[in-house]
Design a protein around this ligand. Structure first.
Ligand code: ATP
Length: 273
């Protein structure tokens, strides 16, 4: 897959119904859907449509999901790439991938460009002692800035980027006309966890003992991705026991398993620090 420059999806099925909780973030991106669908409504008075927004929040909270839902709601193509793909790349490759991405997106406008883990390329410049790799990262970042400046705001391409480290990003990315809007995506509270469970319980065969309200109470600190994991894991646990439906106990076992996994991950992180 070395030749792969980025992903393009044209028929996105994800929409706002799939994104539980995140009421404020959804409200903010709803405006972007409107820009994509009815640009004239905004430009006729001489206004300029924003080029991009930065989705900021912890891992697994639905940033990618939300960006995809914007494309799904607006019925526009979704071009995506991950900043981490640019790490340890040969000189010139990162910049040329960014150029290709924008070229293709402009041909398919209106559309969304989504850059996940933008911090991998967008870290503040000149602060990494690891020079060789850093030069290439800077080239990539500079190309991204050039591309963002180079197209007309009203071209119908909107760039969404995600990070869990907005604090380390190069200020140049946040300047007016670039990612000048930040949308915060936080870990879900009790009610939001219940909503997320409702989304992910929908396709499962459940025993009457399974209640999303109860499950939400058992999962403080869980992200949406953790909850999706619990639901899937519980189905596998029940299947292993040859059950026809998933019972409350299967969910509790799945929650224990996910907590075990999270604790292990945290241990590894703290050892590294
Ligand atoms: P990362 O920073 O790790 O890339 P992310 O914030 O982009 O994470 P997603 O990739 O969007 O998170 O979430 C992973 C999965 O978790 C989603 O595909 C979805 O199944 C589930 N999920 C996360 N948040 C939500 C939510 N608010 N509603 C419903 N499902 C969610």
């Amino acid at each position: 897959s070395k030749a792969k420059v980025f992903d393009k999806e044209s028929d996105i099925k994800t929409n706002f119904k799939d994104v539980a909780g995140l009421a404020e973030a959804k409200q903010e991106v709803e405006e972007i859907v409107e820009f994509l669908k009815y640009p004239e409504k905004y430009t006729q008075l001489g206004g300029k449509i924003p080029k991009g927004a930065l989705l900021v929040g912890p891992p697994g909270t639905g940033k990618t999901l939300l960006a995809k839902a914007v494309a799904g709601e607006a019925h526009v193509p979704f071009f995506s790439m991950s900043g981490s793909d640019f790490v340890e790349m040969f000189v010139g490759v990162g910049a040329s991938r960014v150029r290709d991405l924008f070229k293709q997106a402009k041909e398919k406008s209106p559309c969304i460009i989504f850059i996940d883990e933008i911090d991998a390329i967008g870290r503040a410049r000149g602060k990494n002692p690891n020079m060789g790799a850093n030069d290439e990262r800077e080239n990539t970042l500079n190309q991204l800035l050039t591309e963002m400046d180079g197209f007309d705001t009203n071209s119908g391409v909107i760039i969404l980027a995600a990070t869990n480290r907005a604090d380390i990003l190069d200020r140049a990315l946040m300047r007016a006309g670039r990612f000048d809007r930040q949308i915060h995506v936080e870990l879900p509270d009790l009610n939001e966890r219940e909503e997320i469970f409702n989304v992910h319980l929908r396709p499962l065969k459940l025993d009457d003992s399974v209640k999303s309200e109860f499950l939400a109470k058992q999962t403080p600190g869980f992200s949406g991705a953790d909850i999706a994991n619990v639901c899937n894991e519980s189905a596998l646990i029940a299947a292993r026991k040859k059950k026809n439906v998933i019972e409350k106990q299967d969910f509790l076992d799945a929650v224990d398993r996910i907590i075990g996994g999270l604790e292990k991950k945290n241990k590894i992180i703290s050892v590294n620090e």
